[in-house]
Design a protein around this ligand. Structure first.
Ligand SMILES: Cc1cc2nc3c(=O)[nH]c(=O)nc-3n(C[C@H](O)[C@H](O)[C@H](O)COP(=O)(O)OP(=O)(O)OC[C@H]3O[C@@H](n4cnc5c(N)ncnc54)[C@H](O)[C@@H]3O)c2cc1C
Length: 189
């Protein structure tokens, strides 16, 4: 059983996968490789002078994989309740059991709507509908969280990746039973 399955591998999902895997959680990232970020060129992502969307997303996935996140390229078709946790169904690849799911599906909320997650009107330009989440990123279904564009945040990579990290930290904290922080300290000679 996975601790966290993340659906969507753009900046929100990739960042969530990085934090989850680095925290030692058994993490699976499933992405259909249709990220809107593949068309973007960034000069407003703090700390990076300029980067293409594809490079940002690929680097993020590599960072997550470095800490043990498993990455699958596929379409998720369903998420349902199991005796314990949730079952994530993937087109042509069977299913995966998990304690938590983070939806990070970008501008697409069809899957969320299909599985009974509450949807509301979006506020950001060109984003029609989003998942209704609380301040932590929780949806109306226990164990299902949402982050990034699909959770209604401003559609910029610094914000969607930060939101993915925020929600992952909240899930990790819930799994650990205490607030989680991930601070590496500068090594000095
Ligand atoms: C042309 C363009 C230019 C941009 N320029 C900038 C810029 O200069 N600066 C800036 O900050 N931002 C820019 N952005 C916005 C930036 O791309 C977004 O803010 C951010 O990347 C969205 O991240 P996300 O992870 O929420 O969504 P996405 O990057 O879209 O990732 C979501 C992923 O989930 C996948 N998915 C959805 N449903 C499923 C499913 N059922 N199964 C599997 N996978 C699924 C999607 O296909 C996608 O791969 C630009 C966007 C575009 C389109």
């Amino acid at each position: 059983m996975y601790d966290i399955v993340i659906i969507g591998g753009g900046p929100a999902g990739g960042s969530a996968a990085l934090f989850a895997a680095k925290a030692g959680k058994k993490t699976l990232l499933i992405d259909n490789d249709k990220s809107m970020t593949k068309r973007a060129w960034m000069e407003n992502h703090y700390g990076i002078m300029e980067i293409s969307g594809p490079d940002l997303v690929e680097t993020g996935k590599k960072q997550a994989a470095k800490f043990g996140a498993e990455i699958v390229t596929a379409q998720v078709t369903n998420v349902s309740k199991a005796d314990q946790g949730l079952v994530v169904e993937v087109e042509g690849q069977g299913s995966y059991e998990t304690k938590h799911v983070i939806l990070a599906t970008g501008a697409v909320v069809e899957l969320a709507s299909q599985i009974g997650v509450t949807i509301k009107e979006g506020t950001e330009p060109r984003i029609k509908n989003v998942v209704d989440v609380d301040a932590q990123g929780k949806t109306n279904i226990e164990g299902i969280w949402a982050a990034g564009t699909c959770a209604g945040v401003s559609v910029h990579t610094i914000i969607t990746s930060g939101d993915g990290a925020k929600v992952a930290i909240n899930v990790i904290s819930e799994l650990n039973g205490e607030r989680y922080v991930d601070h590496d300290v500068l090594k000095t000679n």
